[in-house]
Design a protein around this ligand. Structure first.
Ligand code: SF4
Length: 378
């Protein structure tokens, strides 16, 4: 193994959305500081080519730093030492700090509280997928922002308000930290932590590119899921750009009035605009469109809700993910088994689509859907 140089910390202020510190920072008015974890190997090659880095070396560097969580090597076979020295001088390897980790004794979900570039910490959740002995794996639920401007009525993150967008490296490093801390591999990533991913579009999509880079973490693009509450113009952009990741849209109510009281985004991008964008997306990519529906006791689980959903999605092949609400404030109750089953039956009669009950674990460590609020457990 070649010797490795230690991990550098990034300078302040934050990089631009391409992950490059610009000359606006006085400390970097000559060189630009390029951050690993903000770029795929191809993008690194483009940025580092003036220093003598060819495509193969860019892939080897990406593998050493991002795949293996190491540093830029001092030596590599067939590479001049002065090229590696110049790469070290021009780059930085930022790292999050783990403020707290809590593992649920009930279901094995693990919540990590991270500190990044800002003062306020944020969470990611490790979700165990225990298919069969010998094939254990995880998916990681990452945050894309600290806080959230969307203000969904049943979500603790929404109550925080918007604090800031996370940088690409801060999103990528959530996965790398958890991968390095885990006994089994991370096979998937879901953007369902703090924040609305499509409102931090460039950084989130860049993070998905880095995470699926074959020279980096190599997580299959099909195993990366981006969840949105329904930012219609950004769904259109996503469709135009033909992104390969899975998109999930949170509906939770299929009529305007009800949705407005639960998801304030309805005031800006209403159901008709949203469904137009979703239909365009579904027609472009084919397959079934996945909608998420947070079950709120006595609010959105009636026969009428199922009928309205059927009307709204008529002619579109869909899958419906049903998720139990986790409202620590107690305003919204969890539907019991009888209510859930009655709603399922109504959905089967009126919508006739596959229904998946998505388990949202880690509620005992405040790690379940809707519970992330930058808080310590202990
Ligand atoms: Fe934001 Fe998602 Fe919470 Fe809504 S549910 S407030 S979009 S984090």
């Amino acid at each position: 193994m070649p010797a490795c140089r230690g991990v550098n910390t990034p300078p302040s202020p934050a990089p631009d959305c391409r992950g490059v510190y610009t000359s606006r920072s006085p400390a970097f008015n000559i060189h630009k500081m390029i951050l690993f974890k903000e770029h795929t190997a191809d993008q690194l090659h483009e940025l580092l080519a003036p220093l003598g880095v060819d495509e193969r070396l860019a892939r080897r560097l990406q593998s050493a730093v991002v795949r293996q969580s190491g540093g830029v090597p001092d030596e590599l076979p067939e590479v001049r030492r002065d090229v590696l020295r110049r790469v070290r001088e021009a780059t930085s390897i930022p790292r999050l700090h783990v403020v707290e980790k809590a593992v649920s004794p009930r279901d094995g979900f693990a919540k990590y509280l991270f500190a990044g570039d800002g003062v306020e910490p944020f969470e990611a959740v490790r979700i165990p997928l225990l298919h069969r002995p010998g094939d254990e794996k995880y998916i990681v639920c990452v945050s894309s922002q600290v806080g959230c401007a969307m203000g969904c009525a049943f979500c603790a993150t929404g109550k925080m308000g918007f604090r800031r967008n996370l940088a690409t490296w801060e999103i990528v490093d959530q996965v790398l930290h958890i991968r390095d801390d885990s006994p089994f591999p991370v096979r998937g990533v879901v953007f369902m932590g703090q924040g609305e991913p499509l409102l931090n579009y460039e950084r989130v999509l860049r993070a998905a590119e880095v995470l699926s880079d074959p020279s980096g973490p190599a997580i299959s693009a099909k195993a990366i899921t981006i969840s949105t509450v329904g930012i219609a113009p950004m769904i259109r952009r996503y469709t135009r750009e033909r992104r390969p990741y899975r998109l999930i849209v949170s509906l939770t109510a299929a009529d305007t009035e009800k949705r407005r009281t639960l998801l304030p985004v309805e005031n800006t991008h209403g159901l008709s605009e949203l469904m137009e964008a979703v239909r365009e997306y579904q027609e472009a990519v084919g397959g079934r469109m996945t909608f998420a529906w947070t079950l709120l006791q006595g609010i959105n689980t009636t026969e009428d809700d199922a009928k309205r959903l059927a009307e709204l999605t008529r002619g579109m092949p869909i899958i419906l993910d049903l998720i139990d609400v986790n409202d620590a404030s107690g305003t919204f109750g969890t539907a019991d088994e009888t209510e859930r089953e009655a709603f399922r039956d109504a959905l089967t009669r009126h919508v006739g689509a596959p229904i998946v009950r998505r388990y949202s674990g880690g509620s005992d460590i405040h790690g379940a859907c809707g519970m992330l609020a930058s808080r310590r457990i202990g």
